[in-house]
Ligand binder design. Structure first.
Ligand code: NAP
Ligand code: GFB
Length: 340
């Protein structure tokens, strides 16, 4: 329940934001700014020589606000009064965490997304770019997958909680546009990896998991256990490439419809090829064992980047082996502070 005074504050904030929008000033608040993708965006801006004139960037962690809580969400919007939001904050995990936590992925992400989008709307935020994932597309589908297919059938059962919560962001965005003319949009990345990833073996994604497992196997002289058959296929995107694309979407992309941010279909690799790349980068000489008692998950989710290529025909992705080497080097150099 909100008091009249609180409504006045929200209306005043919305008015200030609209005025700043008219002058072209951008105050960008990044939710989930301390994670894999948030840290990469911070780096890309540093590499550009810092924030552009007229831009201010604020990177939030869960300590700044628990976005599952609506009062904390409103307080952080009130504090920073963003004109633009990159919304990354989410409960995130690899196949195995998804398989055992579908309810938490559904509820936590639903609450976070509803709180962030509705509060952004109430505070008059001009643009929100949220983050979906290619794992939310239908499991039974034709390939390549494109942006029109998000709601065309059930997602893979391993991560239906996460997938449906993410799909609802697209419903939010279309409804905010229809009802209020808001230009809130979303990007759809593939499996992301890079420095500052979550290298936890049980909870994380395949590449950070394999990097830590290989590091430990090297140190202890044991075999590397790769889970599943190694046959499933994935398009991996380096977090620094994704971050450059995110910044472009924030500044230049004006559609409400989402856009897939992915390497080309020809750059899809098998889990075995991904494991081989990690083994090579860490110069692991031991035995590599495939544990077929573990799940393979979705076989593939090959996505088209044709829409991205129409906008950015000359964008260059970091070659996969180079990006893997940089990530392994980061992990080894930052072993003590890496999330694991
Ligand atoms: P990540 O490294 O796990 O980071 C998650 C971020 O969200 C952290 O900054 C975390 O804050 C914050 N967060 C989590 N729960 C929160 C809460 N209740 N309130 C406020 N903040 C909270 O995740 P990521 O890989 O960077 O993912 C970023 C976005 O990309 C997510 O929306 C994810 O769904 C999407 N995505 C990721 C992948 C992938 O392969 N990683 C693929 C496709 C899409 P703390 O640091 O304080 O914990
Ligand atoms: O990155 P990942 O966990 O998730 O990759 P998804 C899972 C694939 O890698 C499966 C194999 O084929 C696993 O059998 N794999 C091999 C391993 N070794 C390992 C290992 O050590 N750790 C892990 N985690 N996998 C996720 C979704 O799907 O994709 C999420 O569940 C999210 O919701 C993410 O959206 C992008 O690519 O299968």
């Amino acid at each position: 329940m909100r008091t009249t005074g609180q409504y006045d504050i929200v209306l005043l904030s919305a008015w200030i934001i609209a005025m700043e929008g008219d002058t072209g000033k951008m105050r960008v608040m990044v939710t989930g700014g301390t994670g894999l993708v948030g840290k990469a965006i911070e780096k890309v801006l540093q590499d550009e020589g810092g924030a552009r004139e007229g831009e201010e960037w604020i990177f939030l962690s869960s300590k700044d606000a628990n976005l599952m809580d609506v009062a904390e969400t409103r307080a952080v919007f009130q504090k920073h009064r963003p004109t633009h939001v990159i919304h990354l904050a989410a409960m995130v995990g690899g196949l195995f965490k998804n398989m055992t936590h579908n309810l938490s992925f559904w509820r936590n992400n639903l609450h976070i997304n509803d709180n962030v989008l509705q509060t952004a709307h109430e505070f008059g935020v001009l643009k929100v770019v949220s983050c979906l994932s290619t794992c939310i597309f239908p499991d039974k589908t034709t390939y390549p997958i494109d942006e029109t297919m998000i709601h065309s059938g059930p997602p893979h059962e391993s991560n239906f909680g996460y997938a449906y919560a993410k799909r609802m962001i697209d419903v939010h965005n279309r409804a905010y546009f229809k009802q209020y003319g808001r230009k809130y949009t979303a990007v759809i990345p593939t499996n992301v990896f890079g420095p500052h990833d979550n290298f936890n073996i049980e909870d994380g994604h395949v590449l950070p998991g394999l990097i830590q497992k290989t590091y430990i196997a090297q140190r202890e002289g044991t075999s590397l256990q790769v889970w599943g058959s190694g046959r499933p296929r994935r398009q991996f995107i380096y977090s620094h490439d994704l971050a450059r694309l995110f910044v472009w979407v924030l500044r230049e992309y004006n559609e409400v419809e989402p856009i897939i941010l992915s390497v080309g279909e020809e750059d899809e690799v098998s889990i075995k090829e991904a494991a081989d790349a990690v083994v090579e980068a860490l110069e692991f000489k031991g035995e590599v064992v495939y544990d077929k008692s573990k799940a393979d998950g979705q076989f593939k989710k090959t996505a088209s980047n044709a829409k991205l290529r129409k906008y950015l025909p000359d964008f260059t992705f970091t070659p996969f082996h180079k990006a893997i080497k940089e990530t392994c080097d980061w992990f080894v150099a930052n072993y003590d502070i890496a999330r694991k």
